[in-house]
Design a protein around this ligand. Structure first.
Ligand code: SF4
Ligand code: SF4
Length: 153
């Protein structure tokens, strides 16, 4: 009989404590995000996959096609190419592919670029049905971003 009342008291007390915590937090501001309808702004040091950086004046890639990032990547994720138009002094970037399936986000490519032409994106919303979905055409992504900025302006 003693155990019965002890269990009854213990169960009731635990229920009261649980309800008290629920009621207390009911009046606190909501801290959860209603993902995917709402998303968080990533902190400055967050590392998403790399992205090309545009020249703020022209909107063109800052990349000078030196190839340092490609050579510096230990996982062979980067494939790029460029060409020198007739009469031009510098090469222009014609293709920049990132195979994100092998990327360890080590940052060696970003560090090896002396022109500030690549940086980590804030992209974390990634999902895809196949490995091919994670091979990114960064030049096209940059063009889409700069077009969207122009359209928003
Ligand atoms: S290191 Fe920088 S400038 Fe050189 S190819 Fe890579 S992104 Fe372009
Ligand atoms: S972060 Fe590292 S693994 Fe990823 S592309 Fe750059 S160098 Fe390669």
């Amino acid at each position: 009989m003693g155990t019965y009342f002890k269990d009854l008291f213990g169960g009731t007390w635990s229920l009261i404590v649980g309800l008290a915590i629920t009621i207390k937090y009911f009046f606190y501001p909501v801290v959860t995000v209603q993902y995917p309808r709402a998303t968080l702004k990533m902190p400055p040091r967050f590392r998403g996959h790399i992205d090309l950086v545009a020249d703020p004046g022209t909107g063109a890639p800052k990349c000078v096609v030196c190839g340092m990032c490609q050579r510096g990547c230990p996982s062979g994720c980067i494939t790029l190419s460029g060409e020198k138009p007739e009469g031009a002094k510098k090469k222009i970037l014609t293709s920049y592919q990132l195979d994100f399936t092998h990327c360890s986000l080590c940052g060696l490519c970003v560090e090896s670029c002396n022109f500030g032409a690549i940086d980590f994106s804030k992209e974390y919303n990634l999902a895809g049905p196949s490995r091919e979905a994670y091979v990114f055409d960064l030049l096209t992504r940059l063009k889409e971003r700069t077009t969207n900025v122009d359209n928003d302006a």
